[in-house]
Design a protein around this ligand. Structure first.
Ligand code: SF4
Length: 439
């Protein structure tokens, strides 16, 4: 009988797409992928260094795994495995730890599945993680994360990603297009284009070979994919040509997620970000000029060292004025081996929590205001397979979350609807529409 493998993923979209790729390697090697609780022979836990308490979570998952299958072989991969292999190796029950350069060779490393009293650690310095390993996630029929870029050459002072994932490197345009074709053929309607620093797409073996804009143009020609969403792009890399192209594109939807991190130029400088707030505001203005209905999401960090009350108010006011649709708020927490962790001006935990709360409230206000501008309009919704209290959800092209009475026929279908009201839970209610939209 085939051996069984189960996966557990912590962290970002990139990790999810990489877990799927690792899953396909196991399938090719004759394993069956099963649920975590289905007594697997092998567990693979894909970790994240950004997750709060990554070590505690990892320990807990290993413990649960061994409760389910006491003799199962436990392998840990991912960013945390690259950064802290020794700590992970000390977790009781872990059999193998693989770093960034090794994780896609996992099946080769798994020669024998007998548990060993000593944990095996294969972890080269991250500078060896030069190869680009393409990946995309399946499993969710509606949407697939297609990873086209990995690593980052920036040096933001709070970030461990360059340490965990190495230098910027990318797939070829040809290969990314081939993967998109494969995804389209599988019946998936939406691709979310992902990377660590997606806008930096195009570096291979340390040389710039392509531009992100060329990838965007090539993917726009892939028949069968209804929608392509750009997961996140640095403001300094979001050029006018990309914005203008998306505004007339057949497949790229009017939705950008652009990290801001702080609305204070002083803090942006300390973070070593590659833009200042005027540049950010100019990107938002350009988007809104050509796509007034575009959804814009913002990442922001509160409590960075040196962020005084005034600096925070500066950020708050900047965001309040900005025509954006929602915020992803992160509370700064010290990460070892980052310059920010050594900086003075530590913000007390209570102030970090207060600031986070204020921005969460601002985010709800922004989202509601954005949704209100969309009421009365018609848009296409891609319905998902979830059911909650008899309702299902979906997203419009511009990322308005809508709810409708569950109907299995609608799952993974795109329908034109009218957006009517905002329900008490904040989602938008709809009625059917006979309109045919032209993009
Ligand atoms: S751009 Fe900055 S925050 Fe983003 S991955 Fe690179 S170093 Fe980290």
């Amino acid at each position: 009988m085939n051996k069984k493998v189960a996966f557990y993923t912590l962290g970002c979209k990139l990790n999810y797409s990489e877990t799927s790729s690792i899953g396909r390697l196991f399938t090719q090697a004759g394993f069956n992928t099963v649920e975590f609780s289905d007594t697997p022979d092998v567990f693979v836990i894909n970790t994240c260094s950004v997750t709060e308490n990554a070590d505690k979570k990892c320990k807990k998952i290993v413990k649960e795994a061994l409760k389910i299958s006491p003799n199962a072989y436990v392998t840990i991969v991912g960013c945390y495995a690259q950064l802290k292999p020794k700590e992970i190796a000390e977790i009781p029950g872990v059999d193998m730890v693989l770093g960034a350069a090794e994780k896609f060779r996992i099946v080769e490393y798994l020669t024998d599945l007998t548990k060993n009293p000593k944990t095996l650690v294969y972890n080269q310095p991250v500078s060896e993680a030069n190869e680009f390993v393409p990946s995309f996630s399946f499993g969710d029929r509606t949407r697939t994360f297609l990873k086209v870029q990995d690593g980052c050459d920036y040096s933001c002072t709070f970030c461990t990603i360059p340490l965990a994932r190495g230098a910027s490197r990318s797939d070829t345009i040809e290969n990314a297009v081939a993967q998109a074709v494969e995804i389209a053929e599988s019946g998936v309607k939406e691709i979310v284009l992902t990377g660590v620093n997606l806008g930096d797409f195009g570096i291979r073996n340390g040389n710039r070979e392509d531009k992100f804009f060329d990838l965007v143009k090539a993917l726009d020609e892939v028949d069968g994919i209804e929608r392509i969403r750009i997961s996140s792009i640095e403001p300094n890399l979001l050029s006018d040509e990309i914005i203008e192209f998306v505004s007339t594109s057949k497949r790229f939807v009017p939705h950008f997620h652009i990290p801001l991190q702080s609305g204070s130029d002083k803090i942006l400088g300390l973070m070593r970000r590659r833009y200042r707030r005027d540049l950010y505001a100019s990107r938002v203005a350009k988007i809104k000029e050509v796509m007034p209905h575009c959804c814009i999401g913002v990442d922001v960090i509160v409590g960075f060292p040196g962020e005084t009350r005034e600096d925070f108010v500066d950020t708050y006011n900047f965001l309040n004025e900005l025509d954006v649709s929602y915020l992803h708020v992160f509370t700064y927490s010290e990460r070892e081996n980052t310059p920010a962790a050594e900086m003075t001006g530590t913000v007390p935990g209570s102030a970090r929590a207060d600031r986070s709360k204020m921005l969460h409230i601002l985010s709800d206000k922004k989202r509601r205001a954005f949704y209100e501008t969309q009421l009365g309009k018609a848009d296409e919704v891609l319905f998902e397979g979830d059911i909650k209290d008899g309702f299902m959800h979906g997203f419009t092209r511009n990322y308005v979350k809508v709810k409708a009475k569950y109907d299995p026929v609608l799952v993974n279908e795109i329908k034109t609807v009218h957006l009517t009201t905002i329900s008490s839970d904040g989602d938008v209610e709809i009625t059917e529409s006979a309109e045919v939209l032209v993009h």
